[in-house]
Design a protein around this ligand. Structure first.
Ligand SMILES: [Zn+2]
Length: 102
């Protein structure tokens, strides 16, 4: 199964990451939904969010980026809210990436 990994930029004071991601469908899909209810697309992939969960946490339509729940809303929110405690900062990460080797 195809998985896309996303990094959410460091925003402060986010109380509910689920609202930031904007999942419209409140149904929980243990397996990726066959059709996207928004555009009718058939390519639904796993979406992994760095720092939230070690595997994919949501499903995403490749065509219109509509998101679907893999876990209950409460559990998804709990996993996403771990991003508030993340000690890595995206800017620090970039510095490491572009640092010249010694
Ligand atoms: Zn779609």
């Amino acid at each position: 199964m195809k998985i896309r990994t996303a990094i959410l930029s460091n925003q402060t004071g986010i109380k509910d990451w689920l609202k930031v991601i904007n999942v419209n469908d409140s149904k929980v899909y243990k397996k990726p939904p066959k059709n996207c209810s928004n555009c009718g697309g058939h390519k639904i992939i796993g979406l992994e969010i760095l720092g939230a969960h070690k595997s994919c946490i949501l499903w995403e339509c490749q065509k219109c980026q509509e998101k679907y729940l893999k876990f209950t809303k409460a559990y998804t929110r709990k996993l996403l809210n771990k991003l508030n405690d993340m000690s890595i900062n995206l800017e620090d990460f970039m510095d490491i990436e572009y640092k010249e080797p010694n």
